[in-house]
Design a binder for this molecule. Structure first.
Ligand SMILES: NC(=O)c1ccc[n+]([C@@H]2O[C@H](COP(=O)([O-])OP(=O)(O)OC[C@H]3O[C@@H](n4cnc5c(N)ncnc54)[C@H](O)[C@@H]3O)[C@@H](O)[C@H]2O)c1
Length: 313
């Protein structure tokens, strides 16, 4: 086993840490020596109300176990709330080394029943909330030349879709776009950004938090969060699925594709070549949208560039 990693001296901010996955993160970071800001609005799973109880309870648990933590009760869903969360870390501990946008709610409805308040509430907490959480911390890290670690929370629903979760899925895939750009803009400064799609029994998914011996306990997600937020980690811009005893990377890639001849720019020719257009035998993972430029101009029968291409065969 490698040496045990430590977060001694580091300040880690976790939103939505009053319950579930965020609470498991808070405990795990505190156990490894981090000073933790436990943020939680303390409302219901559909985002109604608020209370100091959830964040205060987790801070009490951490302190009782010998760790160091302070509470923040601000909502991630407003710019003022997001700024106040980073400010809480700065006033309590003087710095922010890692920040995790984890807060979440659900308003599941099939598309025919979905109305604007349920779209707005979900986008406000998950997508706009990710911006409001990350931007103040990222700006502070840049201004203070801190090698920051940013972690965002996506979902299998966003990555792959799920019935009844159009609002949530759209927000959660938007989070991946934000993470990608944070990773690109942070790279020069050793600020990494990654995303985790957790899978865990929590009040959000099954109505109650899984016990420690539950195979889907939120605690089974935490080791990946700690690994990605440690300075030993330089992986950035990547998305992982974690839970139920598995950690796995998931990614967006581009197939080798089909390059039509001059007389083949027709829908009929496209239909005739759909299998080749859809083929995933050879694939390429652009490092940014700019990385697509070479791909557009390369003929599809040309071998993919070795640095960028991968294939099943
Ligand atoms: N549990 C899973 O299987 C699963 C699957 C996919 C994604 N996720 C994501 O993981 C994250 C954590 O979910 P969880 O399952 O632990 O749920 P949870 O309900 O146990 O915890 C989420 C916490 O976020 C807090 N919160 C909600 N709105 C907030 C706001 N505006 N500001 C601050 N705090 C707020 C809640 O009070 C709650 O304590 C969420 O982003 C969720 O979408 C979870």
């Amino acid at each position: 086993m490698p040496d045990q990693i430590s977060f001694d001296g580091a300040v880690v901010v976790i939103t939505g840490a009053g319950n579930g996955v965020g609470r498991a993160y808070a405990h795990a970071f505190a156990q490894r020596g981090a000073r933790v800001v436990v943020n939680d609005l303390g409302g219901s799973t559909d985002g109604i109300g608020g209370s100091d109880a959830a964040a205060s309870r987790v801070v009490d648990e951490i302190v009782a176990a010998g760790g160091e933590a302070v509470a923040s009760f601000d909502s991630v869903a407003t710019p003022e709330g997001g700024q106040a969360i980073t400010d809480r870390a700065l006033e309590a501990f003087g710095r922010v080394d890692a920040i995790i946008a984890n807060a979440g709610i659900l308003r599941d409805k099939s598309v025919v029943k979905l109305d604007t308040p349920d779209i707005d509430a979900i986008l406000d907490v998950h997508l706009r909330g990710a911006f409001f959480t990350m931007l103040p911390a990222f700006k502070w890290m840049r201004a203070n030349e801190v090698r920051g670690r940013l972690l965002l929370t996506t979902s299998a629903s966003g990555l792959y879709g799920n019935f009844g979760q159009a609002n949530y899925a759209a927000a959660k895939l938007g989070v991946v776009g934000l993470m990608r750009v944070l990773s690109i803009e942070g790279a020069k400064y050793d600020i990494t950004a990654n995303a985790i799609a957790p899978a865990a029994t929590t009040r959000l998914t099954v109505g109650a938090e899984g016990a420690d011996d539950d195979p889907m306990s939120p605690r089974k997600v935490a080791p990946l969060a700690l690994a990605l937020c440690h300075l030993d980690n330089s992986v950035t811009g990547e998305t992982f699925v974690a839970g139920g005893g598995k950690f796995s990377r998931t990614w967006l890639a581009l197939g080798q594709g089909w390059s039509p001849e001059a007389d083949e720019f027709t829908p009929e020719a496209v239909l005739a070549h759909l299998a080749q257009i859809r083929s995933t035998d050879e694939w390429f993972e652009p490092t940014s949208a700019m990385g697509l430029a070479d791909w557009f101009t390369a003929p599809s029968d040309a071998p993919p560039s070795p640095s960028a291409a991968h294939g099943a065969s």
